[in-house]
Design a protein around this ligand. Structure first.
Ligand code: THU
Length: 162
């Protein structure tokens, strides 16, 4: 029997519709683009995590000549946040990206591996991480939790069942 599942998200035409906190986090993610090391793809990705104590931690992609070893911005940022603040939940993560050739006007949705890793952070802290995504401009997507972007995650529940 076929079943369906819904993905719930918000879409705004511009960042002006966001709260000032979310706009500030997106601005911090844009600032983090300067940290990107992307000599191979020339696709810079910047992210900024807001923690429950108000701290903001930025990060960016860090590429490698062995292409599969590239570190995505989301995971770099998460690693920085949980290393600096191991016991502080992450409440929001803004992600942006910028390409060399022309303005990126589609929101950079995190890759599957990043979704899985960010989902683990939601589980660890038992706290949803709000995702705010926008390119150089164009629409903004907001997901209230990483789980909304990752139906049927591989999680501890599966391991508990063995
Ligand atoms: N990248 C990210 O930083 N996050 C993603 O979710 C997908 C892709 C980076 C990896 C690589 O440095 C560049 O974007 C092109 O794939």
């Amino acid at each position: 029997m076929y079943q369906t599942c819904q993905i719930v998200f918000q879409r705004y035409d511009s960042a002006a519709a966001l709260s000032s906190d979310d706009q500030a986090l997106l601005a911090a993610a844009r600032g983090a683009l300067a940290l990107a090391y992307a000599p191979y793809s020339h696709f810079r990705v910047g992210a900024a995590a807001r923690l429950s104590n108000g701290a903001v931690v930025g990060g960016a992609n860090f590429e490698n000549a062995a292409y599969p070893m590239c570190l995505c911005a989301e995971r770099s940022t998460l690693a920085a946040a949980v290393s600096q603040h191991p016991d502080t939940p992450i409440v929001a993560l803004a992600i942006t990206a910028s390409a060399e050739q022309q303005p990126l006007l589609v929101p950079p949705t995190p890759c599957g591996a990043c979704r899985q890793v960010l989902f683990e952070a939601e589980q660890k802290f038992d706290q949803p991480i709000r995702l705010i995504l926008q390119g150089d401009g164009g629409p903004v997507l907001v997901f209230e939790r990483v789980g909304d972007l990752l139906p049927f995650p591989f999680d501890a529940e599966v391991l508990r069942s063995i």
